[in-house]
Design a protein around this ligand. Structure first.
Ligand code: PGA
Length: 268
């Protein structure tokens, strides 16, 4: 894992935006893996700014979102399709027919929907860079604790903690879905790079478990210990439970020197 600790959340977002723009400026048909939630909002703001002010084009980009609520209409304000339109898709030149979310309505078979999402990802050549947040319980996507580390896109029942964490996003009287379709942990592990962003004190324990804990289905993000190219972007608060703070900062400085000497290396 490459662990990079920044002073604040804004710097985390700036760095994540550099990773994304590096990919989409340099690859003919880049495939992005996208996430919803509070954390990536500032990343999407940066990307919209880069599109408006620096000519960053998304017209050749395809994207796959990590998850979507079960049986929700795309035009429902709570759908992750609406979230992505509000924060990114409607503000850049991406062709929205090349943007995919793992949808499933009551009339569809969730198992078939999961398999066809996996197939579509393969058809487009696999995900180059997967953006991730992390839940306070260590989930990635909606892979809650005890999710199989070999899981693929499927329907999941959300934990009480996730429902409580997300209830802030629902207005009174609005129905909060309790099930979602999510990429599996193996789907995420297939991405060529994963870029996990975590900010704020409430993520400190999950971040520490992910990086220094046992590889365990109880902390789904710990699977990233087995990923060849996992980059973890943290602000100081999210990094505050890590004992080896100084080592990570030192290693990052050394890494930067290597990049300055040999160029920024990636293997998309
Ligand atoms: P958050 O969610 O960015 O809203 O904290 C992250 C997650 O649950 O994966």
């Amino acid at each position: 894992m490459q662990i990079i600790i920044f002073d604040n959340a804004e710097q985390v977002a700036e760095n994540a935006a550099q990773w994304v723009s590096e990919l989409i400026r340099n690859k003919d048909k880049p495939v992005l893996g996208l996430a919803t939630g509070s954390t990536p909002i500032s990343l999407y703001k940066q990307l919209v700014n880069k599109h408006k002010n620096e000519g960053l084009s998304f017209n050749h980009v395809s994207s796959f979102n990590l998850d979507e609520y079960h049986n929700i209409n795309a035009d429902n304000a709570q759908s992750y399709r609406s979230f992505m339109k509000d924060h990114l898709f409607d503000h850049v030149d991406i062709n929205q027919s090349n943007t995919y979310l793992p949808t499933c309505s009551n009339s569809q078979n969730p198992r078939e929907q999961g398999v066809s999402y996996e197939k579509k990802i393969q058809e487009l050549g696999g995900i180059d860079l997967q953006i991730l947040g992390i839940g306070a319980n260590g989930h990635i996507g909606f892979n809650e604790p005890t999710s199989s580390l070999a899981s693929r896109t499927r329907i999941k029942t959300l934990t009480q903690q996730t429902l409580t964490d997300n209830s802030r996003l629902f207005n009174e009287g609005e129905e909060q879905p309790t099930m979602a379709m999510t990429m599996g942990i193996a789907t995420i592990m297939d991405a060529r790079y994963v870029l996990l962003m975590a900010t704020g004190k409430n993520k400190a324990k999950a971040v520490n478990d992910m990086i220094t804990g046992a590889l365990s289905a109880m902390c789904p993000a710990s699977a990233l210990q087995m990923h060849e190219n996992a980059v973890i972007l943290l602000d100081k608060e999210a990094a505050s439970d890590l004992a080896d703070h100084q080592y990570y900062q030192w290693a990052d400085q050394q890494h930067r020197k290597i990049n300055e000497t040999y160029g920024f290396y990636h293997n998309y």
